[in-house]
Design a protein around this ligand. Sequence first.
Ligand code: UDP
Ligand code: MG
Length: 332
Amino acid sequence: MPHPTDTYDTTGTVIDRTRPVIALVVPCYNEQEVLPSTALTLGSLLDTMLGKEMISADSFVMFVNDGSRDNTWQIITELHSRDNRFKGLSLAHNRGQQAAMLAGLMTVREISDAAITIDADMQDSPDAVIEMVEKFRQGADIVYGVRASRSTDSWFKRSSARAFYSLQQRLGLETIYDHSEFRLMDRKSLDILAEYGESNLYLRGIMPNIGLKSDIVTYDRAPRTAGVTKYTLGKLLAVSIDGITSFTAQPMRLIFSVGSFLLFADIIVAIWVLVSHFQGRAISGWSSLMLSVWFLGSLVLIALGIIGEYIGKIYVEVKHRPRYNISEKLID
Ligand code: UDP
Ligand code: MG
C-alpha cells in the first residue's frame, strides 16, 4: 500500500519515500589511502539512518573503481566479502569521475529508490547525507549539496571556480552555484537521466536540465581525509570545457556577432581610409588593401557564423536528448 508521500517512477513502480532503499555511489580513483576509513564512515552512516528508521535495511554503498592503478579494487573486494552492504563496480579504464558516477548510478537505479553520489575522500559531509534523505522523504526528487563556504580551498581554486560559475551563467546554462557532484537523485530522475544519450557527460548541468522537483542542503566541505587530489589542472580544465561545450553553442554564435560588428566598423574604417587617401597621406595601394582586408575579414567571420549556426543545430540533434521529461502522471 503506497504511502501518501510515495511517488511513481517512469515505469509506474512506487518509489518508497518512507523507508527508501538508499544507494551511496562513490567514485574511486587511486583511493587506497582513504577507502578503509571511508567504508567505516559510510557503514556507520547507514547504521545511523537505519536506527532512525529513515531508510530500508537493503540500503548499500556502491564503490565504483575508475580504473585505479593502486589497490583500490582489492580493498573494495575485501570490503564486499566482509559486508555485502559494500558493493563494487570496476571500470576497465580510467574514464573520469563523471563516467564513474554514471556507471554507478545506472547500475543502482533498478535496485534503489534514490542514489547519492559522494566523493571517496569524505570531503562531502556525511551528516548532510541524512538531511538529503530527509528532503527526499519529504518529496524532493533531486537534492543538491551546496557548499556553505569555500574556506578550505586554495585562492586559485576558489577564484577559478567563481569565474567558471559566472561564465556558465552568462552563457545561459542552468547551474547550481557552489554545487559540485554531491547530490541525491531519486529513481525517477535516474530513469530520465538514462534517456540522455550524449557521451560528453556533465551531470552538474544535466540534473537541473531534467527539471524535476529539487531542493538543496548546505554543508561545509572538509579537507581530504587522506591522499591527494585526483584532479590535475589538465583534468580540471577538461571538465570545465566539457561543461560549457556540452551545453551551449553560444560561443559559435559569438563569431556571427563579431563578424556583424566588424562589418559595421567597416564604415568607420572606410571613412578614415578615404579621408587619408584624398588628403594624400596614404601610400599607393594602401587604401584598396585596407578596405578589402576589413571587408573580407568581416564577411569571412559572418560566413563562419552562419556555418556555426548549422553546426549548432547538428550539435543539438546528435545529443538525442529527450524532448520532454514527465514529472507526474494521472492516467489510471
Ligand atoms: N575521481 C574519479 N576518477 C578520476 C578522478 C577522480 O573517480 O579520474 C574521483 C575521486 O576518487 C574522488 C572524486 O572523484 O572520489 C573527487 O576527486 P578528488 O577528491 O580528487 O577531487 P577534488 O575534491 O580535489 O576536487
Ligand atoms: Mg576531494
